[in-house]
Design a protein. Structure first.
Length: 477
């Protein structure tokens, strides 16, 4: 039997990294490192498990069924020159010029980006984006073939990102409340008939992450959306918001969702709504949202129908979907990020300006380093290793082979809700969050880090938007 001080010798002999051994054994890299440095002595059960794992690993290497010599893991300390902001597309491309990733998911995102950026023909469906954010919904609709000619967004930092990625789109206004009816009439004169309007009013007033205050003025911005639809008269509109909008009531105790539907119905639109989860459409993330789609009643093509979803959490789903294929297994955290370099707290990738980790306090690292996937530091048996406050959803690791938890604007806070990497003891990096939201690596993010995180967390996942747009184009247009 191997003893613990032989672990490093055997590991190095067969080029097995600490990360690989951690993946195979279930022990954290911090544990393995401590044993090899003599800082800790494993108990007998741990020695037996290490022995069994190493014997099986070495056997598979010799048989040629396992190749661990090509290490995808590299650690790089954060350099002092790490920029605190990315100015524009030119700087983003310079910083990421050596960035090369591969994998089926990253290739799909790259193809989405190419589709979105391809020139649209003269007969393309025309639209505008309200509450456009940094352009997640726009990217998806453009990839499906819609030509979004202009946008409205009040957040200056989001507008900068939008402009870098969609330079031909006109900023039609910032504060939607200040857009006049005369402005809308000018849009009609300039653009002609607008086929589709898309957008998601701010969700913080409806979300559990906010105060769910019925008097929050953001909850009433849908009225501006209705006003614009009433004048522009698109054939279709799409509104996205958090699923909890369906349970939010106003000061009189009436459901906001009922008021929204009634307001659009009075403008002669037929409304269909559905609560969807992003993973059902091919996004590697559990993210529930309510989607409202309105079709102008004089459209003779009929009502819109949400099709059956394409992805399931089940390993095997035999039910035939309306897409004509069996449902696929939902994409996972691993699918989205497996080709990224492994970084720990305070480390960064060599060639990806968005893939770096916040340096977390040492005591937080101690709380989390031995916590397994899907669990929280609040569950530690050792009471001294439990955080003094918070809930079991905080200081909690994601799971490699399940969709990631919902990406919010605070995904880099290790104390946030399910923000911890499945294996590395740190919060998520910006690149990981962008991937999980289904932003292609080619998509340009600029501004300071806080602006970028906010833009990503508030965005509609582009893949979700593309799938919804494709359904609309097929059924209505």
């Amino acid at each position: 039997m191997l003893v613990y001080d032989d672990v490093k010798k055997m590991r190095l002999k067969y080029d097995i990294s600490q990360t690989k051994l951690s993946e195979f054994s279930g022990f954290s890299k911090a544990q393995i490192s401590a044993w090899e440095l003599g800082k800790r002595v494993p108990v007998e059960a741990e020695i037996i498990k290490l022995n069994d794992v190493l014997k099986e690993t070495v056997s598979r290497i010799k048989q040629g069924t396992l190749n661990v010599k090509k290490k995808k893991v590299q650690h790089h300390q954060v350099e002092k020159k790490l920029p605190s902001t990315i100015k524009d597309a030119k700087e983003y491309k310079r910083l990421s010029k050596d960035m090369k990733y591969s994998g089926s998911y990253s290739n799909e995102l790259s193809n989405l980006y190419k589709d979105a950026m391809s020139p649209k023909g003269a007969g393309a469906i025309k639209g505008i984006a309200l509450f456009s954010g940094c352009g997640g919904m726009t990217l998806g609709f453009e990839a499906a073939g819609v030509n979004l000619l202009g946008h409205v967004e009040i957040e200056e930092s989001a507008n900068r990102i939008y402009a870098e990625n969609f330079p031909e789109s006109r900023l039609l206004g910032k504060d939607i409340c200040k857009i006049t009816d005369e402005d809308l009439c000018r849009w009609k004169e300039e653009f002609g008939d607008i086929d589709i309007i898309v957008g998601g009013p701010p969700c913080q007033g409806f979300s559990l992450a906010g105060k769910r205050n019925p008097q929050d003025e953001r909850n009433k911005l849908y009225k501006q959306y209705v006003r614009i639809v009433s004048i522009i008269r698109p054939k279709v509109f799409v509104m996205e918001n958090v699923a909890l909008m369906t349970s939010m009531k106003d000061e009189q105790g009436k459901l906001f969702i009922d008021k929204i539907e009634k307001a659009f119905s009075e403008q002669d639109y037929s409304i269909v709504k559905k609560t969807v989860n992003a993973y059902e459409y091919g996004v590697p993330q559990s993210r529930e949202r309510i989607i409202l789609i309105g079709v102008r009643n004089d459209k003779s093509d009929g009502m819109f129908h949400f099709r059956d979803v394409r992805y399931s959490l089940e390993d095997e789903t035999r039910q035939l979907s309306l897409w004509g294929n069996d449902k696929k297994k939902a994409l996972t955290f691993r699918d989205a990020t497996h080709d990224l370099q492994s970084v720990e707290s305070g480390e960064q990738s060599l060639n990806d300006p968005l893939h770096w980790s916040v340096a977390h306090p040492e005591h937080v690292i101690r709380w989390l380093k031995d916590v397994p996937e899907g669990h929280s530091a609040h569950e530690n048996k050792n009471l001294h290793l439990r955080p003094p406050s918070g809930f079991n959803t905080t200081y909690k690791r994601n799971i490699w082979d399940e969709p990631c938890s919902t990406i919010s604007t605070n995904f880099s806070m290790i104390s946030g809700c399910r923000n911890v990497h499945p294996v590395n003891t740190r919060a998520l990096t910006i690149r990981e969050a962008a991937r999980i939201q289904s932003f292609p690596d080619e998509f340009v993010f600029c501004g300071n880090w806080g602006d970028i995180r906010k833009a990503i967390g508030n965005a509609v996942p582009p893949i979700l938007a593309r799938e919804i747009a494709s359904e609309i184009l097929e059924q209505i247009f």
